[in-house]
Design a protein around this ligand. Sequence first.
Ligand code: PLP
Length: 231
Amino acid sequence: MDTRERQIRENIQTIKQRIDRAAKKSNRKGSDITLLAVTKYVSLDDMRLAIDAGIKVVGENKVQDSKRKFYQIGPVVDWHMIGHLQTNKARQAATIFTMVQSIDSTKLADALDKAAGQLDRKLHVLVEVNIGQEEQKFGISPQKTSELVEYVRQKKNLQVNGLMAMAPYVAEAELTRPYFKALHDLFTDIKLKQHFGSNWHTLSMGMTNDFEIAIEEGATLVRIGTGLFNA
Ligand SMILES: *Cc1c(COP(=O)(O)O)cnc(C)c1O
């Protein structure tokens, strides 16, 4: 086993142990939390090492990059789109991804629904919430989230499974907690008010710097890049 392979395996193991510990604090099991490996800055070689070491879900933030990688690696893992998506890339996105986590407008929902229909596919989606209400961030405002979920739910070729958000950048991870708590409240509120069943299952929040806090506050999927590939 070469050094890089060993390093990636160790990183995965460390992150999984930390996921386990955080899950226990919220009375859950580590296996209830999906570890998504963010591969946006990662080489094909490193991606392959991570997949060989057991990674099942990868996240990319640009259609162009993911297309290139997808043709090399293929659908041996689930591919998630976690970056901002332009409507003119909807068709390519619907070809590559099993889930688009970054739905933030009715226009994008329309374009993806149409593209998925043409490809005869069903696409899983999350609605991205701008939970810190930051000007520079993508995502729908918390106030308008429920309405967008309701809209996306009507789309024949999309299945809406939950919410995604990025906490604002803060000096200390603990300061992200109120944002994660707010997103979890919104997630629960929508589930109840819109009478969702088991399809409403994914709360995607937490990255390398703050994933344990996100899990303590109810995340079911964490998106880790640096912690897996650069630690
Ligand atoms: C880059 C990125 C991540 C991963 O960030 P790390 O700090 O490297 O773990 C997670 N989510 C989104 C949306 C990203 O763009």
